[in-house]
Write a protein that binds this ligand. Sequence first.
Ligand code: AMP
Ligand code: GLY
Length: 428
Amino acid sequence: MVGAGAREHALVSALANDPSVEELFAAPGNAGMGSQAELLDVDANDPNAVTALAQQVHADLVVVGPEAPLVAGVADALREAGIACFGPSAAAAELEASKAFAKQVMHSAGVPTARAGVATDIDTVSMMLQEFGAPHVVKDDGLAAGKGVVVTDDFDEAIAHAQECLAKPNGRIVIEEFLDGPEVSLFCITDGVTVVPLQPAQDFKRVGDGDAGPNTGGMGAYTPLPWAPANLVDDVVRTVAQPTIDEMARRGTPFAGLLYIGLALTSRGTRVIEFNARFGDPETQVVLASLKTPLAGVLHAAAIGGLAELPPLEWYEGAAVTVVIAAENYPGTPVTGDPITGIDDAENVEGVQVLHAGTKTGPDGVPVSAGGRVLSVVAQGATLAEARDNAYDGVNAIFLRGSHYRSDIADKAIEGTIFQTAPQGADS
Ligand code: AMP
Ligand code: GLY
């Protein structure tokens, strides 16, 4: 397992629970994974270093968690060395690394998405913003850890964000039409040919309750989605995932790994907001908590081109909710180095597991905060309401000075106040 966040902790947990897994290493891993995996130090973004380490431990499979190593070519180096890897090549990871590239692929594949334009100078930006109208959607073309997008009614704020992105080396931005309606994250495991969808989840990207404040990497998630149309997954595989995977293969850069499809269920039909080339964080924490099929065999099948022979996935009844505990000032520069207490008490709550993200072990063995998103408290329950209540019981047992979390994760789904105004079908 390559990576160090709560998503990787969730993956490590799922792999550790797979009876076919004999040995598990996490590189660099984090303080929470120690009981399930042996931690090994590595620069995750160095393809040669990761490959050498995988050879040293005789890895049968390497699972890459974050996008940066994929974009740096870690999966290419591993495959070249004959090591099975779950994660796309650098060329295929462009689907995440460049929003402009993703738009081109969607266009060629006939995938429904927001109208968009690309700009490298502020005059073009200004013209496009006026043409598309408010609310304005301004995106950094490149990787920005979930923080490159500004959605605002305020023209000046849109221009200011564009200027900030354009000031970067090779700065390029994408301006889009605004998409209304609830968002869904659908993860598709693929070997480059066959697509196997996981259970859809919903992520909460804004920092504050009621979707107030700036975008973050994700503040919470739940699965399943009781309000989603029954045919959503089949429709999205047929109209989005399969055409995209076929288009990538046709271009000679097959995408094998996890295709993360961020969707908006708009009043005009389902539209793709973004692709990512890896599992989403925090949605992975709830999706994997709900997956009954042992994970390693599924990821290995994807890595070696064997998904067509895989039996259908099995899922637990019930629901899962995760709430992220973030450090003071996140998504700005987080305050770090503060002790975290109560993790054991949280894990004593029925159905709760505490996954580490931005933590490290302090001098006296007590975990201390070391990043923006610090912990991901995951809970299962017979119902969504039970899972939510368990998750917040866990959150309330934990103390980290100055920390904050959203208190409304999954509430609207539980109350039944999320509505898809779209007509049925993904391509209306
Ligand atoms: P992205 O990095 O493209 O996923 O964007 C991050 C978040 O910004 C999304 O999850 C949405 O909440 C919001 N967003 C992105 N694009 C749009 C759009 N065209 N219309 C409305 N909201 C958007
Ligand atoms: N949860 C959003 C992401 O992983 O990009």
